[in-house]
Write a protein that binds this ligand. Structure first.
Ligand code: ATP
Ligand code: MG
Ligand code: MG
Ligand code: MG
Length: 363
């Protein structure tokens, strides 16, 4: 009989719609003769609903999709009081007895170890990184600490914690200013470029920090790294071999975007992906090796996408890692795998197989 896969999407964060785009793609491409899909949406209010397979998850006339909150509510409590009443095994029952969960979620409460922890508690297998790697990958401050401690090249930055900002703002502004201009101001835990501002001088800094704080009380200010943006996807191997790196891709952002912002990422014509990137072979090889090194530094599982800057002086700097990268058929990581010889339906299959062979618990 077919393997039952719960594809979970949506979620309580600003990447809700982005997750739906990925889920729509997966529902279309997954091998239905092998997998029975149970589509589960997490509405923006946190309710879990059994989604309709007929609902379209696409950007239509510029409107981003959301989980239809009128779907059948599932017996997944979202408040801690009722959560403690759940015993291991009850969550899969509520999901309808599934073999594996594909948490196709981005951002906080999805890509950050929280749902992974829920599934660990329940003893359910799931696609992608575990609790720790997800949590580190989501928090750019800790991600940079771990990457740097593992010998990976990371750019200069300052972390602005909530209390620093409220109590010691003058010092924060001074330290951030010492990075030189321009800087990038970003929420520590977000994605899809949301809440990110490129700031050209001291005058714009406060406003940019406030904008990032709309997403997260913890903010990073980073020195702007000049150069080309290259990305590499990493996939755990099914055997005992080290993780594999895809071909390297270069993101070329369309005219009119100051950087690779939300609109460039998701709206038609906003960017072009060159895969493989036009780079000297030695540079591509370095990117691939660093990507695998980053994957292993965090202890990632399943897949990840590592974003780099390739500077005019030939340096490679790791910008960040995403433990659940954009996952439509047209997203960067799937396209990089397709260019490497692993088409999208097979990538989905591989991720589920990786999840199935992994026993729940410590590893
Ligand atoms: P993702 O959707 O990849 O998860 P994100 O929200 O985590 O994105 P970043 O990848 O950190 O955000 O940054 C988004 C974009 O902003 C980068 O792709 C790049 O164009 C620009 N950017 C961010 N930080 C820097 C930096 N330090 N120097 C130069 N450009 C930067
Ligand atoms: Mg990211
Ligand atoms: Mg992301
Ligand atoms: Mg990025």
């Amino acid at each position: 009989s077919r393997v039952r896969v719960a594809v979970v999407f949506g979620g309580r964060n600003s990447e809700h719609s982005v997750s739906l785009l990925g889920a729509g793609s997966v529902l279309e491409a997954i091998d239905q003769s092998k997998y029975e899909v149970i589509p589960i949406g997490i509405a923006q209010d946190g309710r879990w609903v059994l989604a309709s397979e007929r609902q379209r998850y696409a950007i239509e006339s510029g409107r981003l999709p959301t989980v239809d909150e009128t779907g059948d509510a599932l017996a997944i409590p979202t408040h801690s009081a009722s959560l403690v009443a759940l015993r291991p095994g009850e969550i899969p029952r509520a999901l309808g007895e599934v073999d594996v969960v594909f948490p196709l979620l981005h951002g906080p409460f999805g890509e950050d170890g929280t749902i992974q922890g829920l599934l660990e508690m329940a003893g359910v297998r799931y696609v992608g990184s575990g609790v720790l790697a997800s949590a580190i990958g989501m928090d750019k401050a800790y991600m940079k600490l771990v990457l740097r401690a593992s010998g990976l090249p990371v750019g200069p930055y300052v972390v602005v914690r909530d209390r620093d900002w409220r109590v010691d703002r003058a010092r924060v502004l001074k330290e951030a200013g010492d990075l030189g201009w321009p800087v990038f101001v970003k929420p520590a835990r977000a994605g899809s470029s949301q809440g990110i501002t490129k700031v050209h001088d001291a005058a714009g800094l406060e406003e940019a920090i406030e904008a990032a704080r709309e997403h997260d009380p913890k903010v990073l200010v980073e020195a702007a790294i000049p150069g080309r943006e290259v990305e590499c996807a990493v996939l755990e191997s099914l055997g005992d071999s080290p993780p594999e790196a895809s071909v390297v891709g270069e993101v070329v952002v369309a005219e009119g975007h100051e950087f690779y912002d939300f609109e460039a990422k998701y709206f038609d014509g906003g960017m072009e992906l060159h895969a493989p990137a036009d780079l000297p072979e030695s540079v591509s090889e370095r990117v691939r090796a660093l990507a695998v090194q980053a994957f292993e530094a965090l202890g990632c599982e399943g897949l990840a996408r590592v974003d780099f800057f390739y500077t005019p002086s030939g340096e490679l700097i790791v910008n960040e890692i995403n433990t659940m990268p954009g996952f439509t058929a047209q997203s960067v990581a799937p396209k990089l795998w397709a260019a490497t010889g692993l088409p999208y339906p097979q990538l989905i299959d591989r991720l589920i197989q990786l999840a199935l062979r992994r026993p729940p618990g410590l590893r």
